[in-house]
Design a protein around this ligand. Structure first.
Ligand SMILES: Cc1cc2nc3c(=O)[nH]c(=O)nc-3n(C[C@H](O)[C@H](O)[C@H](O)COP(=O)(O)OP(=O)(O)OC[C@H]3O[C@@H](n4cnc5c(N)ncnc54)[C@H](O)[C@@H]3O)c2cc1C
Length: 439
């Protein structure tokens, strides 16, 4: 595909919190100026995503452990439907995956899925004018990459992939991946969660709720849930009292919390299940384990020169990819360390503001460079000056521990359990999901 002479082509790679927000905001901004920056120049947004639906990953700890807590239509929102109101002249959703990028030639290669039944793909080359990278991250539990010596090769078919998100290279659908994980979790008796950051604590809390409801049949054993933390206290980035509350809530549910223990190997056993070796010499046996340590950048298609040593995209304060003209990045994929949805939202606003400014400047539609029109949304005011992003140092985190409470921290204060339930624990903000796709 080549860009038309008077069309400014802007592919957005990734349709989640950052990508969806940027796509809608740009479309909304330019539709208020009749889809044009001036009478002869059109904007065309190409939104690229490997899966057809936006997945509300934030609720994954409950979705995976309590299959009836939400309906699929609450957490899987079809992306194309949310953009159906826009003309094909200005918007196209490409079901596919970015596979390579050439910044110098401004070329993006995409593997587009042309037949979802057979997973048939077609390669296409897109010449872009501006580009947005919003391809995010994959939690370790959702990736096929192994983490520990001795671990099985994860092939995604044996229930060892836990879709907190879905990897961009996954060939299973998110529905299949979720169903498979739900079955694995519901049938396992001994479950070990490795890593006690917010996702580890959240899933341990949800699993803790299952202890009291198991066994369903007389004579069956109760579920045994263990949470392993390599740090002396769980939720180490929060204040100590938040860690204490989380430990106490988990213990009340019957979850065994092991702190200051590093997993040194995970070995599959012949009769099924795994043996986990810890750094103090202890071993524990488990039917399944869920690693929640670390996230991986979805950046395999991005030239190495703009990535840091761990694969995250280096950006300047305007969220321009370092050293590359006309390319922006937002959300988890950037080197910014707070990988949170409201930070992705904030970054989306900055990218939209600066892109609109660039385009106005280039086409002479507005004054550009500091004088721009209002009209884009979310975290991006219409005031003057280029937009900049500063992630700050404040810790803002809300961590439900099952359905009855939780802990967290905001503005330097530790949140009381009831507030956590009220804010997030009762529904994991599921009501927000649709709003990202349908604006
Ligand atoms: C279990 C869990 C709970 C969370 N809870 C919270 C919370 O309570 N509060 C909070 O603020 N944050 C929370 N987060 C973090 C939040 O989900 C992320 O910060 C947010 O999703 C980042 O959005 P993003 O758009 O940058 O990237 P992602 O959500 O990672 O999305 C990236 C998108 O790009 C697509 N993609 C990847 N590679 C390619 C490619 N090559 N081509 C095309 N598309 C591609 C992916 O398929 C995906 O759709 C949680 C995360 C998890 C996993």
């Amino acid at each position: 595909m080549t860009s038309q002479p008077n069309t400014i082509t802007i592919p957005i790679i990734g349709a989640s919190i950052a990508g969806l927000t940027i796509a809608h905001s740009l479309l909304s901004h330019f539709s208020t100026t009749n889809h044009t920056t001036n009478s002869t120049t059109k904007i065309k947004i190409l939104l690229i995503n490997p899966h057809p639906s936006f997945y509300w990953a934030i609720a994954a700890p409950r979705i995976l452990t309590k299959p009836t807590a939400f309906t699929e239509s609450q957490y899987l929102i079809p992306i194309a439907d949310g953009f159906a109101k826009y003309s094909p002249d200005v918007f196209e959703f490409i079901l596919g995956r970015a596979t390579s990028l050439d910044f110098e030639k401004k070329l993006l290669n995409v593997e587009e899925v042309t037949d979802t039944e057979s997973n048939k793909t077609l390669r296409q080359e897109i010449k872009y004018d501006y580009l947005v990278i919003a391809s995010g991250s994959t939690p370790s539990a959702s990736s096929t990459e192994t983490l520990f010596p001795g671990e099985d090769n994860k092939d995604g078919e044996n229930g060892e992939i836990y879709p907190f998100k879905l990897s961009p290279t996954s060939t299973t659908t998110i529905t299949e991946a979720i169903k498979s994980a739900q079955t694995t979790i519901s049938t396992a008796k001994k479950i070990t969660v490795i890593g006690a950051g917010p996702i580890g604590v959240e899933i341990a809390g949800e699993l803790g709720d299952l202890i009291s409801s198991s066994p369903s049949e007389e004579g069956e054993e109760k579920k045994v849930i263990t949470l392993i933390s390599s740090t002396p206290r769980i939720l180490p980035t929060l204040k100590p009292s938040a860690s204490e509350t989380a430990t106490s809530l988990l213990s009340k549910k019957g979850v065994r919390v092991l702190t200051d223990r590093k997993v040194i190997s995970v070995s599959p056993k012949e009769e099924g299940g795994y043996e986990i070796k810890l750094n103090n010499g202890d071993t524990l046996e488990t039917d399944i384990y869920i690693p929640t340590i670390g996230v991986l950048p979805n950046s395999s298609y991005i030239p190495r020169e703009v990535l840091d040593e761990r694969g995250w995209v280096r950006v300047d304060e305007e969220l321009k990819v370092s050293g590359v003209e006309g390319v922006y990045a937002a959300g988890d994929i950037t080197t910014h360390t707070q990988k949170l949805s409201f930070k992705a939202d904030e970054m989306a606003g900055v990218v939209v503001g600066n892109l609109v400014d660039d385009i106005n400047h280039a086409t002479g539609a507005g004054n550009g460079n500091g004088s721009r029109k209002k009209g884009w949304r979310r975290g991006c005011g219409g005031g003057g000056g280029r937009k900049t992003y500063d992630e700050g140092t404040d810790v803002m985190m809300v961590v439900p521990v099952g359905t009855s409470g939780g802990t967290g921290q905001a503005f330097g204060w530790v949140l009381v359990s009831f507030m956590v339930w009220l804010a997030k624990g009762r529904d994991y903000f599921i009501w927000k999901a649709k709003g990202y796709v349908f604006k």
